[in-house]
Design a binder for this molecule. Structure first.
Ligand code: BES
Ligand code: MN
Ligand code: ZN
Length: 489
């Protein structure tokens, strides 16, 4: 059960905890009636930095101070992190009320953005994956009541909170699907789940099975799947906006439910987390599940090539050649570079629909992790205006996204002796960039951005609203991009 965020015009009497924002240096927002003993707080180590909390039992409830940092630097991310800190502090308290909106900056993000961010931080921070725990003490928090400092606008604040809760719910869905073990989350099961979600939320869905995939000429997806007992699926989702669509966006998500590496098999350590290799597909599916509730104005098409990458007896062999949907042939020299093969088919299908733009999301390369680490995604693409929108969407959504180039000079690295392309470049040289150059061959000149989230897809510790395990990365960036998309010139 997710935590619900509700708006109110004053602090309800029954709150078990009241959480109050405090700026750096223990300065309270203007108009606050609380008196703080600054010397005592500083002695206790509370300085009001973002996400710091200090709780006090009072007569009828717990008073929790929540650090907001410098008042000039308060932005949406501050509210997300502050909300997450409240959830942490209130883990065992069913009802919490907060006056966080009192910390709204004079000239910065507006109240609606702040309210959204509070609901996002709350829902994401309350996430737990307990499906396989026999003995659990789950979070007891049920309701966070957000006090609206401006009188009479509860309904508007409530709409913003609902928007944020919907976004958080999508992130939680993506985390659940990625955290689910590959033994149960097979391509077949993922397609069933996508069907349930599509039916429930009002999206259109079409699923191609292994036979239909081969008939459709998706040679990259078929090739990767042939070493597994589990049949592949191609999932196509569609969101049609209520009015006339302002644009059409196509999303493509890498859906390798388990990446053993295939015959170019991975060693034990890097293989341990490879159930994460369908994070791109999970992000696209989860983001699209939220579009009807958010009332997005853009038509969105989702293409999810889903398969295991296994070294079974029928597995694709280094040196084999596959033919991608768009007709190009690829020499597969390393079967562990499988993501680009299935994405090539997904991108080809997307490009056939001539959308205004294509965005793909993939845990594509270890090189992305070398370049940017676990907290920053790489973005690459062929259209500056689109790249800029993706970057800014990421920034507003609180997901760090940084550009890498697509240099023409490196294109020859993926020339093959026997086919149109080979699926690897030079070892140890710009792996994330070369993978991007490979993908570019399949977008037919449509404006396209590629998000490599190999690092950010997993967290190895809890931090703020991110929980150890699957992060649900890219869901927020995609939703922000879709709901603010401006036609490209
Ligand atoms: N799924 C991996 C990339 C990955 C690595 C994701 C670590 C998350 C964490 C991908 O399929 C892969 O194996 N890429 C290879 C490509 C190489 C063989 C050209 C890589 O990056 O090592
Ligand atoms: Mn791989
Ligand atoms: Zn992979």
């Amino acid at each position: 059960m997710p935590v619900s965020c509700v708006a109110a015009s004053e602090v309800p009497a029954e709150a078990g905890m009241v959480a109050v924002p405090v700026f750096a240096g223990c300065v309270l927002p203007e108009g606050s009636e609380i008196k703080l003993d600054v010397a005592f707080l500083e002695g206790a180590g509370f300085e009001g930095t973002v996400g710091q909390v200090q709780s006090f039992p009072t007569g009828d409830h717990t008073l929790t101070l929540v650090g907001m940092g410098s008042p000039d630097e308060v932005d949406a991310e501050t509210f997300r992190r502050a909300a997450a800190a409240i959830v942490q502090a209130a883990w065992r308290t069913p009802e919490v009320t907060t006056t966080l909106l009192d910390a709204l900056p004079q000239d910065g993000i507006d109240r609606m953005r702040a309210a959204r961010a509070i609901a996002e931080g709350t829902g994401m921070a309350a996430y737990e994956f307990l499906a396989y725990k026999s003995s659990v003490t789950p979070c007891r928090l049920e309701t966070v009541t957000v006090v609206d400092p401006a009188a009479g606008s509860d309904a508007v604040v409530q709409r913003a909170l609902d928007h944020g809760s919907t976004v958080a719910e999508a992130v939680r869905l993506a985390r659940d699907v990625v955290n689910e073990p590959a033994g149960t989350l097979t391509p077949t099961r993922l397609a069933e789940l996508a069907t349930e979600i599509a039916d429930r939320e009002g999206l259109t869905i079409e699923v191609l099975d292994d036979v239909a995939i081969a008939e459709a000429g998706l040679g990259g997806l078929s090739g990767v799947a042939q070493g597994s007992h589990e049949p592949a699926r191609l999932i196509e989702l569609r969101y049609e906006p209520p009015g006339e669509a302002s644009a059409t966006l196509a999303l493509v998500g890498k859906g390798i439910t388990f990446d053993s590496g295939g015959l170019s098999i991975k060693s034990a350590d890097p293989m341990m987390t490879m159930k994460t290799d369908m994070s791109g597909a999970a992000a696209v599916m989860a983001a699209m599940s939220a579009l009807p509730a958010l009332g997005a104005q853009v038509r969105v098409l989702g293409f999810l090539p889903v398969t295991e990458n296994m070294p079974g007896g029928g597995a694709i062999k280094p040196g084999d050649v596959v033919r991608i949907r768009n007709g190009k042939t690829v020499e597969v020299l390393n079967t562990d570079a499988e993501g680009r093969l299935v994405l090539a088919d997904g991108l080809s299908l997307a490009a056939e629909r001539a959308p205004d733009a294509i965005v793909d999301v993939a845990t594509l390369t270890g090189a992305q992790i070398v370049a940017l680490g676990p907290k920053i995604a790489a973005v690459l693409g062929n259209h500056e205006g689109l790249l800029d929108q993706v970057r800014r969407a990421g920034e507003r959504a609180g997901e760090a996204v940084w550009p890498l180039p697509l240099p023409e000079e490196y294109r020859k690295d993926i020339d093959s002796d026997v086919a149109d392309l080979k699926n690897i470049g030079q070892p140890g040289k710009a792996g994330a960039v070369v993978a991007g150059l490979f993908l570019q061959e399949f977008v037919a000149g449509v404006p396209w951005a590629h998000l490599d989230v190999a690092g950010p897809a997993r967290a190895d510790t809890d931090y703020g609203y991110v929980k150890k395990g699957a992060t649900g990365v890219a869901v927020r960036t995609l939703l922000e991009l879709i709901t603010t998309f401006e036609p490209l010139s």
